[in-house]
Design a protein around this ligand. Structure first.
Ligand SMILES: NC(=O)c1ccc[n+]([C@@H]2O[C@H](COP(=O)([O-])OP(=O)(O)OC[C@H]3O[C@@H](n4cnc5c(N)ncnc54)[C@H](O)[C@@H]3O)[C@@H](O)[C@H]2O)c1
Length: 332
């Protein structure tokens, strides 16, 4: 595919900033658009001075500001929509904003892509499947949500589900839309504060020697995916004109995740092992504290990535142990 003008919403975030780096590396012109609610401009430091890179602070629900962004970019060929209120604690505490940004941000950026006839890539989530009973997670499985009076965890997943509906509707109307579902991406820029995500939170406990919180016994399993692999999935889903077999990619939904199923308890052990292998680190490991009552925490979240492999030629290349070692070295 030729060089493109690309808008990345949520471009200062964890995945967005790494995607911008990859897009710039490949020669495209990129505008990262972000409210900086959770992302940081410093995430984009390595490409800030590049003449093909632009940054604009703005809300993804603000259509006038989005128009300003298009003017700076000189039009748009691909919209990568990653802006969202991410971080599990927010799903409970700020359900209104989580829903508002997910749904209205997606509708506004879909309208923008339609008006410019741009390709559109949605960052959805395995949480769009809710408390998925069927594993591995794959297209066609049921998407299952619990009674909202119990907890509001699914403010995030249920609005990602509606985002997917809006995308499939736009695809039927002729927009070239692709959906990517990342499974627990991790890497050095992942936020490790109380609103952060599990791998970074565990490393943060080690670095600061604060108690490491283990929810619901740590038996639940996840699929942890090194950031470069995740970004490669986004890159292929957005930049390929057609699938490897020549079929159209529009309406395609791709799970992008490692198929190494890891319990949270094993993740904690693997984090401690990565740290223990560092002979220059002498601090004691933090205490592990068990906490229950963490609502909506599904027991398994394992992807079937055969569509991404067959149609995009995507496969993860980094094992959990390799990734954790790289992350630890980078955090130190
Ligand atoms: N990290 C993962 O493993 C993972 C898993 C599943 C889905 N996703 C999805 O991928 C996308 C990127 O996730 P991430 O891990 O990089 O999260 P992130 O929080 O680091 O990035 C999201 C970015 O969106 C920005 N943002 C929030 N509200 C905004 C608004 N109203 N207007 C403009 N920008 C706004 C934030 O400031 C942040 O920089 C999100 O849509 C997320 O839901 C991520």
């Amino acid at each position: 595919m030729a060089l493109q003008r690309i808008l990345v919403t949520g471009g200062a975030g964890f995945i967005g900033s790494s995607l911008c780096e990859r897009l710039i590396e490949e020669g495209h012109t990129v505008l990262a658009y972000d409210s900086l609610f959770r992302g940081k401009k410093s995430n984009l430091a390595s490409i800030e001075g590049n003449s093909r890179f632009h940054f604009m602070q703005g809300d993804v629900r603000d259509v006038d500001r989005l128009d300003d962004a298009l003017e700076v970019l000189g039009g748009v060929d691909i919209v990568y929509h990653l802006a969202a209120v991410n971080g599990t604690k927010w799903f409970h505490e700020a359900a209104h904003s989580v829903i508002d940004v997910n749904i209205n941000g997606t509708l506004r950026t879909l309208e923008l892509a339609m008006s410019c006839e741009a390709r559109y890539v949605l960052a959805s989530s395995p949480e769009a499947f809710g408390e998925a009973k069927q594993q591995p997670i794959q297209n066609g499985n049921e998407m299952t949500f619990t009674d909202p009076s119990l907890h509001q965890r699914h403010s995030y997943g249920a609005s990602k589900y509606l985002d997917e509906i809006a995308c499939q509707h736009a695809a039927r109307d002729g927009l070239d839309v692709r959906i990517v579902r990342p499974f627990n991406a991790y890497g050095p820029r992942l936020l490790g504060d109380e609103y952060g995500q599990v791998v970074a939170m565990f490393f943060s406990s080690v670095l600061n020697n604060t108690p490491l919180k283990m929810h619901n016994g740590g038996k639940q399993t996840r699929s942890f995916t090194w950031i470069t692999d995740t970004v490669d999935g986004f890159y292929r889903a957005g930049l390929m004109d057609a699938a490897l077999d020549g079929t159209p990619l529009t309406g395609g939904a791709f799970n992008i995740g490692s198929t190494e199923e890891v319990s949270i308890q094993s993740l904690q052990q693997a984090v401690f092992e990565a740290v223990a292998a560092d002979s220059t680190w002498s601090q004691a490991m933090p205490e592990v504290q068990h906490e229950d009552g963490y609502h909506g925490d599904v027991s398994r979240r394992l992807p079937n990535c055969s569509e991404a492999e067959a149609r995009l030629g995507w496969k993860p290349t980094t094992s959990l142990n390799q990734g954790l070692t790289m992350m630890w070295n980078s955090l130190r």
